[in-house]
Ligand binder design. Sequence first.
Ligand SMILES: *Cc1c(COP(=O)(O)O)cnc(C)c1O
Length: 236
Amino acid sequence: MTITEKLKTVKKQIENAAVKSGRNPEGIKLIAVSKFHPAEAVCEAFESGQVLFGENRVQEAAGKFDEVRKIHPAAELHIIGSLQRNKVKEAVRIASCIHSVDRLELIEEIEKQCDKIDKTIDVLFELHTGEESKSGFENENQISEALEAFTDGRFPHVNPAGFMTMAPFTDDKARIRESFTILRECRNRLQEKFPAFNLSELSMGMSGDFEIAIEEGSTMVRIGTAIFGERDYSKA
Ligand SMILES: *Cc1c(COP(=O)(O)O)cnc(C)c1O
């Protein structure tokens, strides 16, 4: 199958999962995760109507999207992987949202770099919900403290938009679902605690588990393999 055909299949699956759980499919954004795939693959997806992409490594993303945008300036990019402080400057230049904010120090750096280029960026707070992954805030309380830091206007260029998680790598669907439920409940409590922010986004679900994520309220699914095929890590 071509990228165009796979994209169409994935969109249909998203729609079916939404309808099955009584949700409006328009409430779910598809992020086409193009890491390890070349600019040509991104262009092919864009030409089939996909505007929003995700990358987890800033350096790879910068080269690729500078190239893609020469042809398709409207291509939108989210950074979905854990971010080192020294990559923030480049990340905020190329992306409109960072999904993987996992410490206050990172928010301070994002503010500093966005201020320099007079840009406002969306961020999602990553919560650690599965045992295997090490990324993300350890618990809801830490995210609550980070949100507290926003309330005195310290980060005018950073817009808290919601939450992100990675489910554990397992075939155990109950454990995967639990991870998504934890994130949704966290969002509900923190939204109630911080009504001044719109924390509605839930970035959860990948190629293997996006249907469960949609049933649990996902608003952004991050799908790579099902659109672009297997990644060739030997080219890293
Ligand atoms: C690579 C990646 C994805 C996409 O994974 P697939 O299984 O290929 O769909 C989603 N989220 C993050 C954070 C990733 O790094």
